[in-house]
Design a protein around this ligand. Sequence first.
Ligand code: ADP
Ligand code: ZN
Length: 730
Amino acid sequence: MHDQLPPLLKQYFGYDTFRPLQSEIIAATMSGKDVVAILPTGAGKSLTFQLPALAEDGVTLVVSPLIALMKDQVDSLTASGVPATFLNSSLAPSEARDRAESLSRGEYKLLYAAPERVMNPGFIADLKRWNIKRIAVDEAHCISEWGHDFRPEYRQLAKLRTHLPGVPFLALTATATPKVREDISRQLQMQDPVRFLASFNRANLSYSILPKSKPARQVFEFVHSRREESGIIYLQSRKATEAMAATLKAEGINAIAYHAGLDPATRAKNQEAFIRDEARIVCATVAFGMGINKPDVRYVIHADLPKNIEGYYQETGRAGRDGLPSECLLLYSRGDLIRNLRFLEDATDLEAKKIAEGQMRQMADFAETTSCRRTALLAYFGETWPDENCGGCDSCLNPREEYDATLQVQKLLSCIIRAKQAAGFSTGVNHIAQVITGANTAKVRDYGHDKISTYGIGADTPREEWAALGRQLIQLGLIEASQDNFQTLNISKKGANVLKSREKTLLTRLPFSNSPNASAKLSRSGSIPCDEELFESMRSLRKTIADEKSVPPYVIFGDNPLRHMARRYPQTKTDFLNVPGVGTQKLDDYGQAFMEEIKSHLASHEKQSFAPLKTPLPPKMKTEGALNGSVLETLNQFKAGKTIPQIAKTREMATGTIAGHLASAIANGDITPDPRQFFSEEEEQRIEAAVATAEEGLAKLAPIHATLNGEIRYEILKLYATFKSLETPA
Ligand code: ADP
Ligand code: ZN
């Protein structure tokens, strides 16, 4: 890794560490090789060409399919102090000329452009003068007609190779289909590209499915209980999007519609309103999608059944780009499947019809499964989810099976007893739930319940869950509730026995809240607990600043840095700069305003304290063909020019293991290195001679190793055997 990269990462983007695969991709592209990087949405692909651009001289050309996206990306970079610009048809000729002149003077490190412009002869002549160092092809799946976003103009990009010889390509995409992936390197005429492939698991997304009944009501309840959050609601028809938006609006919720039938101006206006946090919800057909770079979409609801799993994955994937917990809800009815199938009835292409039908049925199977959704989703893309419980889908969070609730029951029963002793009278289930979770309310203090030993002993479990457990124990007769309006709790005889004997209690797990999928919110990976009130006031500040500058709010700060600020309460420049996602430019531009907001908040509020954040586990690598992720990683380093001992060192693995990786890649035909990279001609002759005397030939390496007095290492023998096995026809 180049030494200057970590300081640049901190200075411009405010991060201390790389996300998985980022530094590997950067090293590969900086070595001058062609690279294909396939990582899911939110993995941080942009940084892999932005950072090298800052570290090197010259300009990185970024090919990007959508004009709207380009502007937002350039705005974000500019806000971080990165010299970047774009050229497209939206600019007035004089503005375009100014920018071209600045490029000639070398004032920009990144240039975003649409593919149709890139192929314009005048533009190619300009590119030759601008010292183009690297070509990053964003959304590279647009090059393939197998994909859903095919752009014929992307096909022309390979021609840049002749105009800009020796300039490496870096193709980036989140596409999940193998066919499209292969097409990318072929269409871009890449020579022996280094490929990176991450798991497609989106750890911060939770998946749940509810039986569809009165969908408008279900959607309303869901969005109503998430008042401050942005979301997308996908519906099948244009009419349905407008009806849903109207229903929500009538309920006072700021929703808009988006579909391909709207005129372009309205479409652009609605999209802008969503990105700028003016409309909280978009009710959309699948036409709404790729242009959406909004990082803080907190949920995606499918109110109608998607036509295939690929589409469902892409659409739900628009939630939670920033890595914060986000939810995906699907409302499912068998009727939707039947309706989808009916659309196909008139199809004339029978082959295509059969494929589409199969995909629709797979989608319905997914919705009907009672096992883990994540496992099912990843299996569709050929990945195996290694754990039994994913902790982030309705099947895993609310399995309808028994669990050992002994400890919870003991805690709740003793809390009821202690609370009654302290106050001298019984209280209701919601109050007990507050005491056990350590709520600091006037009532809790007045009753002296903040002094009892069970105060806060259940703080690790959500309040609603305690209340639900209380209601469950009433039904089971362990607790008695008074028959009056107050429904105060007392332990029954049965309950007293359970408490005394410490008897094991098995309970059926309940969905502990009425609001759909509220549970999933609680345990998702990536959550950043913070002072919610301060977070909200900083969000309004962010919106005000963004409006003044006429940029989307996330360009100022994403939710992520704001949540960190609302945990750490930074009040000095140094502390502020330590917030992840704050670089020096943003410190200079916005530090003061946000620190003042924090200061004024603290004038009337106590600082809250938070447990340290768990660092999320790196995503597991995915299996591609016969090679598993670890092999791919070795392979990438080998292709980048490293030797076996060097790879073994950086990966902290035995040289034998690394040689094994290479052997399987050679056997698989993924690399065809020269044997001389591993052993000399003389060594080869020695091995041959030893093999000739060995009883079992190359089938057993130990005798050969012994014959050679251990002078040639096992791993070399292994590689030799691999080369030999390729020589003999199978
Ligand atoms: P992708 O293009 O893969 O969907 P982005 O490039 O938009 O992802 O990045 C997603 C989010 O992750 C952005 O908010 C970005 O600032 C953040 N991010 C990128 N790299 C890092 C890093 N090394 N540490 C923390 N956050 C990062
Ligand atoms: Zn699951």
